[in-house]
Ligand binder design. Structure first.
Ligand code: HEG
Length: 148
């Protein structure tokens, strides 16, 4: 089981309290689809993803960003059992969606960049960064757990 000390818990909850799941979720997904364009293959039914502008104004991307960030919200609420909590979602990504789990790390990186850009160096300092990197690694491991 993953251990979170008091300062890590605070770094997670205080940052997350400032997150706008819809707007920041869209930014994270936009970054994933632009910086790692091969990830677009999983979203072929979403419509036009041909340019950053098209992705940005695509309502399916916006809705999906909100879904992903709402799942992060739930994971944070279950911080002491993230892997157990993500079991169903891991099964879905593995057996139904066939998402290569390497992509979870890429999206985790995008989330970190969105948070850092939003909050700035003073608030998203190196300790907070390290805690969030750990959190995204745990989420990624949780989503990868049901793969075989
Ligand atoms: Mg996934 C669906 C969460 C990474 C591709 N993803 C979903 C759903 C959630 C979710 C909550 C909806 C599940 C449902 O309908 O029951 N995804 C989620 C998280 C993360 C993640 C929390 C990582 C932090 N997903 C991820 C990555 C890819 C991907 C990296 C591909 C590059 N997800 C994907 C696809 C769907 C979902 C293709 C189905 C979308 C749809 O059909 O609308």
């Amino acid at each position: 089981m993953v251990h979170w000390d008091a300062s890590e818990r605070k770094a997670i909850t205080s940052v997350w309290a400032k997150v706008d799941c819809e707007a920041d979720g869209l930014q994270a997904l936009l970054r994933l689809l632009v910086v790692y364009p091969w990830t677009q293959r999983y979203f072929s039914k979403f419509g036009d993803l041909s340019t950053a502008e098209a992705i940005m104004s695509n309502p399916n991307v916006k809705a999906h960003g909100l879904k992903v960030f709402s799942a992060l919200d739930e994971a944070i609420k279950h911080m002491d059992n993230i892997k157990g909590h993500l079991k169903e979602l891991s099964l879905l990504h593995s057996e139904t969606l066939n998402v290569d789990p390497a992509n979870f790390t890429l999206l985790g990186n995008c989330v970190l960049i969105v948070l850092a850009a939003k909050l700035g160096a003073e608030e998203f300092n190196s300790e907070t960064h390290a805690t969030w990197e750990k959190l995204m690694a745990v989420v990624s491991a949780g989503l990868s757990k049901q793969y075989y």
